[in-house]
Each structure stands twice: as C-alpha cells, then as structure tokens.
Design a protein around this ligand. Structure first.
Ligand SMILES: *[C@@H]1O[C@H](CO)[C@@H](O)[C@H](O)[C@H]1NC(C)=O
Ligand SMILES: *[C@@H]1O[C@H](CO)[C@@H](O)[C@H](O)[C@H]1NC(C)=O
Ligand SMILES: *[C@@H]1O[C@H](CO)[C@@H](O)[C@H](O)[C@H]1NC(C)=O
Ligand SMILES: *[C@@H]1O[C@H](CO)[C@@H](O)[C@H](O)[C@H]1NC(C)=O
Length: 307
C-alpha cells in the first residue's frame, strides 16, 4: 500500500468537489504561488477571473503542521452542509501544501501580505478569518496590516504575537528547548510526541499512520526552520498593540492546550479588550478543531451567524 495521505488525495479532491470547492493556484507575484481551496462558483469558466459574490467570505488559516485542508476539513464540510451561506476559502501558507516562494522573507508579515494579496486576486476584499496557532499569528498580523479586509476573527490555540517570553514559557510547558525539534520531528516517535502534546488525549492510531504522516507532512524543512526563527520576536520588538483591533474577536480554545495554556489565553483576552470573547471547549487540546470538531463547529457557526 502507498502512503495513505497520497492515496487519499483523489478521494479528498472528490469530497471537496462534492462540497462545491475547487483547488486553485494563485500567482501572488513571479516566484510566489499560493494554493487555495475556493468556492467552485467563484471561478469564471473562461478566463478564470473570479466572479463577484455577495456572500460573506470566511478564510481558514492553518497551523504549523500539515496543510490547510487537513487542518480544517471538518469545519469546511460542516459550514458547506449548513444553512449558513458563506464563501469558504482555505489557503496553504507559504512552504506548506502547494504554496511556495523564491523570496527570502520568512516573517508572519510576509505570510500575511501574500495571503491578503491572494485574497484580493480571488476578488475577495473583506472576510472573517479563522486561524489556528501559527495561522492565528499570521491572522493577527494580517488584521494589523490590512484592518479593512478583516471583518471578524475566530482565533484558536494561538497568541497575538510570539514574543520571546511567551515562546520560552510555552517551550518549558512542553519540555522542549526549541520549536523545530518539536514541530519538525525527524523520527516517527517524534511525530507521536508532536500529535500527543497537540491533543488532550490522542486516540489510538496505527503505526503506518505516523510513518506516512512523517513522510509527507514535513517537506521544505529548511524553510520551515527559518519560518520558526522569524516567528519569535524579542519582547521589546513586539509591534502589535492588542487594543488596536476594532473587529469582534472570538477566542475558541481547548481547555487542555498544553502549548498555550488557559493563563496565556485569558491574558490575551484581557489585552484584546471589550471586543474579544473567549470560549473554552472541554477535554480538548491544542488541535481543538480536529479533536472536538462537533463542538468547535457548533460555536463557530453560532459566532458567524450572529455577525
Ligand atoms: C460567472 O459569471 C459569468 C459571467 O457573469 C457567468 O456566465 C458564469 O456562469 C458565472 N459562473 C458561475 C460558476 O456561476
Ligand atoms: C528565553 O530563553 C533564551 C534561551 O534560554 C534566553 O536567552 C532569553 O533571555 C529568554 N528570554 C526571555 C524574555 O525570557
Ligand atoms: C495602534 O494604536 C496606537 C495608539 O493609538 C497608534 O499609535 C498605532 O499607530 C496603532 N497601530 C496600528 C497598527 O493601527
Ligand atoms: C470595538 O468595536 C467597535 C466597533 O467595531 C469599535 O468602534 C471600538 O473601537 C472597538 N473597541 C476597542 C476597544 O477596540
């Protein structure tokens, strides 16, 4: 049998197609291409220019492991199947999935700029952003750089900015001394540690799952190490003033996030001020949207439908 994540690809494509979603490569600039799942209806049959849509758009931004659709499949299918009428977009950030750049920048600002440009090229100038972990940090940056593009934010298992003190404390919580050792495991047992720290309680998974996951999910290793180096900023260089956000922000977190614990999330809510609300999901870890998809989707849809 081949790698399950490769074998599953055509099936995944079929499921997405049935859900009204298509795969699109968007050239941000020469040398920089971002992959998106977009609503099939938004694609013009002849010239591939986007059709303007009047529906509100939701963009799902993934965390540091795997790609957009593996992070958000349950949410995308649930939103598409519900009565809520949203245009759903799922990007792969640069160096994840099929997104790539020849440019040297590795900061969250660069990721945010490319994502914003990609959305503009897709004809979407305003959206709600749902971000997990690294994707949340890119999202907070995007909302800082392009405040008018972001209507509201749902942020999970993340922080506004990865300052050195947050980074040090989080690494200490999980018993690592640097992020690449944890997030870019070199062995199959390293993958088990990663997914087990990421969950409240990791279900039993067959050995080949970890082996196959290890084979395909950690490509562009060198560039990803550079992304992690660029992610951590010294406390005094932190540029985001949390109280600047005028959007409604919904923090949707697991109550057993071992990387960013409840104290970190409560502190973030405090800093974000009156427009932020927080909801904890019971018995869920960092990968809350995968571990408790039904509860997560319930709260997500409730928030989005009240906008
Ligand atoms: C997009 O718009 C064009 C021109 O208005 C229309 O002919 C086409 O059917 C639309 N595509 C979809 C998939 O709705
Ligand atoms: C974080 O940890 C590094 C390495 O141990 C140390 O050099 C640095 O001073 C720490 N920074 C903060 C803000 O605690
Ligand atoms: C945030 O607010 C401060 C103080 O009001 C202001 O100086 C700064 O330019 C704002 N930053 C952004 C990114 O809007
Ligand atoms: C909260 O949101 C409202 C409406 O968007 C905005 O006018 C206000 O400045 C925001 N409050 C804060 C503290 O950001």
């Amino acid at each position: 049998m081949g790698n399950i994540f490769v074998v599953m690809n055509p099936i995944l494509n079929g499921v997405m197609k049935a859900a009204g979603m298509s795969s699109q490569l968007v050239e941000i600039e020469p040398g920089t291409t971002m992959h998106f799942w977009v609503p099939t209806k938004s694609i013009h049959p002849n010239n591939k220019l986007p059709n303007k849509s009047s529906k509100p758009a939701v963009v799902f931004v993934h965390g540091f492991v795997a790609n957009g659709i593996i992070n958000w499949l349950f949410q995308v299918l649930s939103l598409r199947a519900s009565r809520l009428d949203f245009d759903v977009y799922v990007p792969d950030l640069l160096f994840f999935g099929d997104s790539i750049t020849t440019r040297p920048e590795r900061s969250t600002s660069f990721q945010a700029e490319c994502l914003a440009k990609g959305m503009m090229k897709l004809g979407v100038e305003k959206f709600s952003l749902v971000g997990l972990s690294y994707g949340g940090m890119v999202g907070f940056k995007l909302a800082q750089l392009y405040p008018h593009m972001v209507e509201s934010m749902v942020m999970s298992s993340t922080v506004i900015e990865m300052t050195e003190s947050i980074s040090n404390a989080s690494l200490k919580n999980i018993g690592f001394t640097n992020w690449p050792d944890f997030l870019l495991p070199k062995t199959i047992s390293g993958v088990k540690v990663l997914l087990s720290i990421g969950s409240h309680k990791l279900p039993w998974l067959p050995e080949f799952f970890y082996k196959n996951f290890h084979e395909v999910m950690f490509s562009n290793r060198k560039e990803k190490v550079e992304l992690l180096e660029a992610l951590v900023v010294s406390d005094k260089d932190a540029t985001i003033t949390p109280s600047n956000y005028s959007q409604r922000i919904y923090l949707l977190c697991g109550d057993d996030d071992k990387i960013f614990n409840m104290a970190v999330s409560d502190n973030m809510k405090e800093k974000l001020g009156e427009n932020a609300t927080i909801q904890y999901i019971k018995d869920a870890g960092h990968l809350v949207q995968l571990e408790r998809p039904c509860t997560y989707n319930h709260y997500l849809k409730e928030f989005l439908s009240n906008l």
